[in-house]
Design a protein around this ligand. Structure first.
Ligand code: PA5
Length: 448
């Protein structure tokens, strides 16, 4: 059986094989520290063993809740920000038919998102759209106090109650939050919503295999058992027993750290499938929030090729040489579509007639790889055999465990995010939140 594969051969010429091999001890120690919970941020390592602890009973419960929401609602709004929505969105967008949301007859509800921005236009357009629809809400916040989802949920709760009454709201709102702390927990208990718990020792960006990701993914109609199975198998393939050179996560962590040491401060995640756009967004958060601290860390960027070859391609080919690319590629497309022949052949493309679109895409990928290598851009390739729940499960666990190893190699705590607080403090001061009087005064001086 095939598994996720990593190819680091296209970094040689930029960094030596020996330099990567020299990470063996550090990578092994880092991986062991994740399992033994002996490194930085050890209170937030519940996700390491998580795939093995997911029970059949728990999955059945999530599936039953998903079925009950599906039976009632044509639209389900996932309210959350950062790790509380990106994992679900990454999987749902990757697996969904790209035009499903435009169909009038559908098997599963359309998943909409709120609370990941404070755009007044976005939020009021969403509320207007939902005003004559049958909808439900899954509100997700580990802390239960994050401003963006809290504002969006206030508005959505009001609309649900107005349309379906207080009792109807109980059947249409599910809250996923801390077991005992936070405003969302208090509210959910008061209102009698169905709730799921985000384990204390699993941080937001590592929570996709908890109800945070699993419930929205199940509501969208996807097989969460296969997703979990993929993660379980990847856990086996990346465990401390696997030798460094055979461990894709250790190799990825070591290679990107060595590139970083050699001046490659930006990693560009590349895909050749528009469906993977939000996988890149999820990866950006996972690595950006985990590693960007103590004035260190690779800047995670993303492009969708070949679309962005016509916008960012020039920069990548000839701009500052402080970048490397990690291509997330899918070995074979799920659909089959061939380039048709055309008698007039005005566009001169008959030489492609009969070839699969995926073959053309793969040649765009290979041609770009060679061009970018020639232009001084090292390349790591991560290949999934197919785009389905199982391999996305493998991919999620692979990126998570590699992120933990990579953060430890870099010497940071990959499981906190102290820098996220700075903007919140200023925003509350500017909005004159009670208790922030001194900060409000200081802010006024700053903006005078
Ligand atoms: O990874 C993280 O911890 C963050 O991105 C959080 O997921 C995000 O800030 C949302 O937090 P919360 O779930 O507490 O609302």
């Amino acid at each position: 059986m095939e598994n996720l594969k990593i190819d680091i051969s296209k970094v040689s010429g930029f960094v030596s094989d020996k330099a990567i091999d020299d990470y063996e001890q550090l990578a092994n120690e880092s991986l062991k520290a994740l399992y033994k919970k002996s490194g930085k941020g050890s209170d937030f390592l519940g996700w390491v063993e998580l795939p093995d602890t997911i029970t059949d009973e728990f999955l059945s419960d999530v599936e039953a809740t998903a079925a009950s929401l599906k039976a009632k609602a044509d639209y389900v709004v996932v309210v959350g920000i950062g790790g509380s929505y990106l994992g679900a969105r990454a999987v749902i967008d990757a697996l969904n038919n790209s035009f499903d949301w435009l169909q009038t007859k559908r098997e599963n509800p359309v998943i909409l998102y709120a609370g990941q921005n404070i755009g007044e236009d976005y939020t009021s357009e969403l509320l207007n759209f939902l005003s004559d629809k049958s909808f439900a809400v899954v509100v997700i916040s580990k802390s239960g106090t994050t401003t963006e989802p809290a504002i969006a949920f206030r508005l959505l709760k009001e609309l649900v109650e107005e349309k379906f009454g207080k009792n109807g709201a109980k059947d249409r709102i599910v809250a996923i939050t801390d077991a005992s702390r936070g405003a969302l927990r208090t509210l959910a208990d008061q209102e009698g919503y169905k709730t799921y718990v985000i384990p204390d020792d699993v941080g937001g960006r590592y929570s996709v295999l908890t109800p945070v990701g699993l419930l929205p993914i199940a509501v969208a109609g996807f097989d969460i058992r296969q997703l979990v199975k993929g993660a379980v198998d990847m856990k086996g393939l990346t465990s401390p027993e696997v030798p460094f050179k055979e461990n894709p996560a250790s190799l990825y962590a070591a290679t990107r750290n060595e590139l970083y040491k050699n001046g490659k401060a930006i990693e560009i995640m590349v895909n050749y499938q528009p469906k993977l756009h939000f996988v890149t967004e999820w990866w950006k958060q996972l690595y950006g929030e985990s590693e960007g601290k103590d004035n260190k860390g690779i800047f995670p960027a993303g492009v969708d090729f070949s679309t962005d070859l016509h916008s960012m391609g020039q920069w990548i080919q000839e701009g500052v040489r402080n970048i490397f690319e990690t291509v997330l590629t899918i070995k074979t497309a799920n659909e089959t579509l061939k380039v048709p022949s055309d008698c007039a052949n005005l566009d001169g493309l008959n030489f492609l007639a009969g070839k699969r679109i995926d073959e053309v895409n793969k040649m765009a990928e290979l041609g770009t790889l060679i061009a970018h290598l020639d232009g001084g851009v090292p390349n790591i390739k991560i290949e999934l055999p197919q785009l389905n729940e199982y391999y996305l499960g493998q991919m999620i666990y692979f990126y998570e465990i590699a992120c933990g190893i990579s953060g430890y190699i870099l010497g940071v705590n990959p499981f906190d995010q102290p820098g996220v607080e700075a903007y919140k403090k200023n925003m509350f001061a500017l909005l004159e939140k009670p208790g922030f009087e001194a900060e409000t005064k200081a802010m006024r001086q700053r903006i005078k």
